[in-house]
Design a protein around this ligand. Structure first.
Ligand code: PLP
Length: 276
């Protein structure tokens, strides 16, 4: 693992973050997870643009251009020597004596890690994973990829405790997204996902799946859907940078479709991996 902290390349467990760092104290920052396949960044521009958007949303000036952020991430990848890896970058409002108000004249604090990616074998992927439903207890600005992940963590742990892989979040009776993924269902042959809004993260994998659906001539529709729609769906899958396209075959104890990845999911998952 390669670790970067504010201009230095350090060891994983070095104490490089001062106690008054605002990410550490308030979760006052934003982050991205980007994947590198065979040495090539996958949709890195989109990730960095989302990072900039998240920073703007919390009124934080990154003080770096999109190109500078990209080249910093690629430097980390090169130093790691990894060909297939995940780059985590976190930018917080900086280091200043603890207080809620934005500190004046501070520089953002930037940390990064590069770790080898965990590959999910195709056989395991197509066997599918299980999920539960959980109330979406988050705030109203889930389009911001902020460090405040406590509701996500708690819901994911509830899923894990129930032997499930992901928790599908429900707000006002409708599915928003997963704790760290976007959710798709196949309904009457159409690929359905929730429209973008403040209530979900605009997933980069979601964006790619929309493009793939067009290439594969699969009708793609954005509309809200309920728990019942999920349970009655022909297929369900989740998407994220680290899980890619991952079928969900049992939800809250109900088997989805035939209990393994359905044909639409399989096509999208395979096409995704072929085009990364
Ligand atoms: N939704 C949430 C809440 C997430 O944390 C993530 C990613 O971790 C996603 C969706 C999927 O986004 P992406 O495909 O850009 O990784």
């Amino acid at each position: 693992v390669i670790v970067y902290a504010n201009g230095q390349w350090v060891n994983e467990n070095d104490a490089v973050i001062p106690v008054d760092e605002r990410g550490h104290q308030f979760g006052d920052g934003v982050y991205e997870v980007t994947r590198i396949y065979e040495g090539k960044p996958f949709m890195m521009r989109e990730h960095v643009e989302r990072l900039v958007k998240s920073a703007e949303a919390i009124r934080m000036d990154l003080g770096m251009t999109v190109e500078e952020i990209e080249s910093l991430m690629m430097e980390a990848v090169e130093r790691s020597g990894e060909k297939n890896c995940d780059v985590y970058i976190q930018i917080t409002r900086g280091i200043a004596k603890r207080g809620h108000l934005f500190p004046k004249d501070v520089k953002p604090s930037i940390t990064m890690t590069v770790r080898p990616m965990e590959v999910i074998a195709m056989e395991e992927r197509l066997a599918g994973k299980t999920a539960i439903f959980h109330e979406d207890e988050r705030w109203k600005n889930c389009y911001i990829k902020s460090l405040n992940l406590l509701p996500n963590i708690l819901a994911k742990q509830v899923a894990n405790d129930a032997g499930a892989y992901e928790a599908i979040l429900i707000r006002d009776g409708y599915v928003t997204e997963g704790t760290s993924s976007n959710i798709f269902i196949v309904q009457n042959g159409e690929l359905v996902t929730r429209p973008l809004s403040n209530y979900i993260l605009a997933g980069i994998t979601r964006m790619r799946v929309e493009q793939l659906a067009e290439q594969l001539n699969i009708p793609f529709v954005e509309r809200e859907f309920t728990k019942e729609d999920v349970l009655e769906a022909e297929e369900v899958f989740m998407t994220s940078t680290t899980n890619e396209v991952l079928p969900l075959v049992e939800i809250d104890g109900t088997t989805i479709g035939s209990g393994v990845a359905g044909p639409v999911t399989e096509r999208v998952a395979k096409q995704f991996l072929q085009t990364v």
